[in-house]
Design a protein around this ligand. Structure first.
Ligand code: C2E
Ligand code: CA
Ligand code: CA
Length: 400
């Protein structure tokens, strides 16, 4: 936690809080009016001190606006007009899905403020560590890492756009490198394919994913559907469907609780050799998703041959769809075509409310992206799920 934002019309109090927070090694911005506050508020704001009673600003209205922006920062409510007012404002904020981490009744002591900041520092969910994407790895390193089981999974939520609920989670592999930190899958998956050791890695990923599914029961939560990426190379093995089914049984997971993602380009390269395995996976009740759709130029004709249940629009189209006509048409047509073929359509890489609104207007089924969350370790995913509140349609939907 680093960035603290204060709104209080009392300049002296703002100064007092700033000094205390600076002394704790955090960065603090003080604002005395709403315009400055909204300007200073950013995705990196971790903690907000909000005065509930200011002459020209309605503190309760501020809470509503923060909720509309899906502000995830911890909020400390301050007021000089009695505990009851703060209490009911805190209740309202909680129902709006805001994270109230404390109340300060003015005048308060510096020690009370420090205690709140410290509590938030220790409790805050650690965001996904940046993955290392530039590192030279040798064949021996990778083979040894597979033997030593140095891989972990992070999970990214998928949101059902009709209900707003969490319907799925995609497992994304990371290599817990002994020296370099977390290494991106883009580096080691292709390398493992080249070395022909991808099968061992795929099975280790399945085991991790299935045991993560079983953790939800401990928290009385319904586990979301688990999406697992599988290299098409692993699908060349004709025994793949049987091995997977046996593994599912071992973990007490039904085929319908998972979905296997295969990239469109991988599918097209290997369609003749994998069609057999894909068809048998489907016959065993295991759903299939075509990942990175739009990057492999699948023709309608070929798409119909793949026994898929789901289509994932590649994130490069989602990123540009509001600014580029071509990408927008691609997204619209993919949703239309997917639905015509009876497929569920997922948009990945959704980062903004405007993108979400547009996808909803096009009846896209599911969205996934940083707007909701990055990929998280399973315990943090479960915590995230507890705190998650659906994002409403914004009132100012861009008409594109
Ligand atoms: P993918 O399957 O298309 O996974 C989605 C990637 O997009 C992930 O990167 C994810 O972190 C990133 N992403 C998610 N939301 C957003 C967003 O809102 N904006 C942006 N800019 N990016 C977003 P990651 O984890 O680095 O994975 C990269 C690729 O590595 C995956 O692409 C997948 O093809 C492959 N991969 C990951 N895990 C596995 C695995 O277990 N097995 C196999 N075979 N491939 C995997
Ligand atoms: Ca994927
Ligand atoms: Ca993808």
């Amino acid at each position: 936690m680093r960035n603290v934002l204060i709104i209080d019309d009392d300049i002296d109090l703002g100064e007092f809080v700033t000094q205390a927070i600076d002394a704790m090694g955090l960065h603090c911005v003080v604002t005395t009016n709403a315009a400055d506050f909204w300007e200073a508020l950013g995705p990196d704001t971790d903690l907000i001190f909000l005065d509930l009673l200011m002459p020209d600003i309605d503190g309760v209205e501020m809470l509503r606006l923060l909720a509309r922006r899906r502000c995830g920062a911890g909020i400390v409510l301050m007021s000089g007009i009695g505990a009851r007012v703060i209490e009911s404002a805190a209740e309202l904020a909680a129902t709006l899905g805001l994270k109230i981490i404390g109340r300060l009744q003015k005048p308060f002591r510096i020690a009370e403020l420090e205690a709140l900041v410290r509590k938030e520092q220790t409790e805050q969910v650690v965001p996904e560590a940046e993955c290392v994407s530039a590192i030279d790895i040798t064949d021996e390193d990778l083979i040894a890492a597979i033997e030593r089981d140095e891989f972990i999974l992070h999970f990214q939520p998928q949101i059902d756009l009709a209900t707003g609920g969490v319907c799925g989670m995609e497992a994304l592999a990371r290599w817990k490198h002994p020296h370099a930190g977390l290494v991106c899958p883009d580096i080691f998956i292709k390398h493992a394919e080249r070395l022909n050791v991808i099968d061992a890695l795929s099975w280790s990923i399945f085991r991790l994913g299935l045991s993560a599914l079983n953790r939800f029961a401990c928290f009385n939560l319904q586990a979301p559907i688990l999406s697992i990426n599988v290299s098409t190379q692993s699908l060349r093995d004709l025994s793949f469907p049987d091995t997977l089914l046996a593994l599912l049984r071992r973990y007490n997971v039904t085929p319908q609780q998972i979905i296997v993602e295969i990239t469109e380009s991988g599918l097209l390269d290997e369609l003749s050799s994998t069609l057999d395995v894909l068809t048998r996976l489907r016959m065993k009740g295991i759903p299939l998703s075509i990942d990175d759709f739009g990057t492999g130029y699948a023709m309608m004709q070929q798409l119909r041959r793949i026994p898929a249940n789901e289509l994932k629009i590649d994130r490069t189209f989602v990123a540009k769809m509001l600014d580029h006509y071509g990408d927008r048409v691609m997204v619209q047509k993919t949703i239309e075509m997917g639905h015509e073929l009876g497929l569920k359509v997922v948009a990945e890489g959704v980062e903004t409310q405007e993108q979400l609104d547009f996808l909803r207007s096009q009846h896209c089924d599911v969205a996934q992206g940083y707007l909701f969350s990055r990929a998280l370790p399973i315990n943090e995913f479960i915590l995230w799920m507890h705190l998650y509140r659906p994002i409403e349609q914004s009132t100012t939907t861009a008409s594109v």
